[in-house]
Design a binder for this molecule. Structure first.
Ligand code: AHR
Length: 633
């Protein structure tokens, strides 16, 4: 058995310590968190019929005789460029929307449909909407009566008569003539907080279960764009949903086994919704903005320094949008969207994963401008891609000279790297910039390998590594796993924290590790040592300890990576301790095991009580386990 001791360190754990990194990768926004079920609802995709009809199918041939779908260019100037014009020759014309890798529907659940329609010619009286399953069988339907020749917004509700994972929406017309259609939208009624056209409830519940300290958005590489004109521009993502201009997603790829040529950003979730979600989750919002450098893995396009001003202005305006009074220009827009109170934004990130002099030169301009107007806003800067190497060293050296506040570090590496790097921050300068471990995840095969699994070895190794993040809370103040989530039929990157399909979602073993840390962050760091040394892998044991002055608890995280169980004896000298404690564990003897849609809790949290005798906590740590031990003090 191993005897460990603990003592006060005087270091505070920041409430932001364990957070969430959100990026619209793997269909995380459109087709994921954003509950819209219609793909290309307003015919704005570059191929405007994407998602509609099915070329070469029987339906298509049949359709040709009974009607035709054409796209009309509405305007070049505003964001709503197109609408659809449907010519119906007989009552058999059909339009089908395939959804985002189909549509998931649940028996008896309600789905709210809205559509803009304008009768042009003829006597089309009714439009029917039906859920169909793969066989074509109808599993729910509704209709609207078209009573107006100008544009009008119509609403209807479908109730599913069966649970179907891969349904589609069929639209048929009664009568013949020409009718124009736009913004054909379908949402489950049961969204997060019941908000109309809102977020998928099951996914937000998983996020909420993490109790995140912050929410970083909108990425990731999509912040940067493949080129500058494809960067994420927050101002184009607020206001009326209909006016948010579609943008190609950086993860619109032609990867061999997982192509996503239909990946666009509708911005149904835009910056207002991200701030609102942060508020819902009790998480500090952490927006990241383009620094004027496009993704350096792709084009690395640079805005000339003398043309950087609009980018900097975007950052200043964002702070006003989030925090400004309702009489300020941008605060007024926020209020108009239904949130007069400020969002209380404290952090802003400049650039995602940029490197070299190009980044540093631009960063300096942002910093000067932001700090002169908003000295209280904390700026997050970046150290470039994956740790170590010339770019990383250069970035850190320059950022240190600038005395920056927080540096974002990213690492995707093998599980053993994580176990071996539990000491990574032990020697970081206590007086230097703080660290945001902004993207990390153990890779079972190798970074960007499509074979990567979210297995227990990865999660256990992250758990061991995270004791090192916590032990170094004096330096590390924000941390997040990445990427956050992936659609099982539409992903570009694995591993991911959460997997979902159109009906279900589940947390991976890594999710439960994050959940355990984020729900037990504590407020004050304690030193937990064996013979005066922290546990950083000796005897395959890793540990960190905190106390929570709000709940009066001692919280110990202990990770046993060995194949055998180990007894841990924690002496509680001087502390007046209750007789009982609780221990919550994650464990599995098979390092290759995973969670799945069928077995989402294969590796899940188990909590038991334990007795404390003679001022000592004596605990048997199961083999290959992560444990959170809690005792009232
Ligand atoms: O998390 C996936 C990608 O990895 C992010 O978009 C990027 O920042 C990093 O390279």
């Amino acid at each position: 058995s191993l005897v460990v001791d603990f003592k006060e360190t005087g270091v505070k754990i920041q409430p932001t310590m364990y957070g969430i990194f959100f990026e619209d990768i793997n269909f995380a926004a459109d087709g994921g968190l954003y509950a819209e079920m219609i793909k290309n609802r307003s015919f704005e995709f570059p191929q405007p019929k994407t998602g509609w009809l099915q070329p070469n199918s029987d339906i298509h041939k049949f359709n040709k005789e009974s009607g035709i779908l054409s796209i009309v260019k509405n305007s070049e100037e505003n964001s709503n460029h197109n609408y659809a014009s449907v010519k119906v020759n007989g009552s058999k014309y059909e339009l089908i929307n395939e959804g985002f890798r189909s549509m998931g529907i649940k028996i008896d659940a309600k789905y709210n449909l809205t559509i803009d329609a304008a009768k042009q010619r003829g006597n089309i009286k009714k439009i029917k909407f039906q859920f169909i399953e793969e066989t074509g069988a109808v599993v729910g339907e509704t209709s609207i009566s078209v009573d107006h020749s100008g544009w009008k917004n119509y609403q209807a509700q479908l109730i599913a008569t069966k649970t179907v994972l891969k349904a589609k929406l069929k639209i048929t017309f009664e009568g013949s003539g020409v009718i124009n259609l736009d913004m054909i939208s379908l949402f489950p009624e049961d969204t997060w907080k019941g908000r109309k056209k809102g977020l998928r409830k099951d996914i937000v519940e998983l996020l909420d279960g993490m109790n995140p300290g912050f929410l970083r958005f909108p990425g990731g590489c999509i912040v940067e764009g493949t080129a500058l004109d494809k960067r994420y521009q927050w101002k184009k993502t607020i206001g009326n949903i209909e006016d948010r201009e579609l943008l190609i997603n950086l993860w619109n790829t032609n990867f061999k086994h997982r192509p996503a040529p239909d990946y666009y950003q509708s911005f149904g979730i835009g910056f207002f919704e991200y701030f609102q979600l942060s508020e819902d989750l009790g998480a500090t919002p952490l927006p990241i903005l383009s620094c004027g450098v496009a993704c350096q893995f792709i084009t690395g396009e640079l805005v000339p320094l003398d043309q950087l001003e609009p980018y900097v202005q975007d950052a200043l305006d964002l702070i006003e949008f989030a925090n400004g009074s309702v009489t300020s220009q941008w605060g007024k827009i926020r209020a108009g969207m239904g949130h007069p109170e400020p969002f209380n934004m404290k952090y802003i990130g400049i650039g995602n994963e940029q490197w070299g002099p190009a980044y540093i030169e631009r960063y300096k301009v942002f910093e000067k401008s932001i700090k002169s107007r908003y000295p209280e806003i904390v700026i997050v800067s970046g150290s470039g891609p994956f740790p170590e190497g010339d770019y990383f060293d250069y970035g850190w050296e320059e950022l240190k000279k600038l005395n920056v506040e927080i540096v974002d570090e990213h690492y995707y590496a093998a599980p053993n790297w994580f176990r071996e790097n539990a000491t990574r921050y032990d020697n970081y300068d206590r007086k230097g910039p703080k660290v945001f471990a902004g993207e990390y995840a153990a890779q079972s095969i190798g970074t960007t390998s499509p074979e990567n699994k979210n297995n227990w070895e990865c999660a256990l190794s992250e758990a061991a590594f995270m004791t090192g993040l916590e032990r170094n809370a004096e330096v590390v103040t924000l941390t997040s796993y990445a990427p956050l989530m992936a659609h099982a039929d539409g992903w570009q990157w694995t591993p991911d924290l959460i997997w979902f399909n159109n009906l279900q979602s589940y947390g991976t073993p890594s999710y439960y590790v994050q959940k355990l840390y984020a729900n037990n962050p504590g407020t004050d760091l304690l030193a937990i040592t064996e013979d005066g040394k922290p546990l950083t892998g000796q005897h395959d044991l890793y540990a960190s300890a905190v106390k929570d002055i709000n709940t009066n608890e001692l919280i110990i995280k202990a990770v046993n990576t060995s194949k055998g169980k180990q007894t841990l004896v924690i002496s509680l000298k001087g502390a007046s301790i209750n007789r009982k404690g609780i221990i919550t564990s994650l464990k599995n003897d098979d390092l290759a095991s995973e969670n799945s849609f069928d077995n989402p809790q294969n590796i899940g949290l188990k909590t038991i009580d334990f007795e404390i005798k003679g001022g000592e906590i004596k605990i048997e740590l199961p083999s290959q386990s992560m444990n959170v031990i809690k005792v009232k003090i």
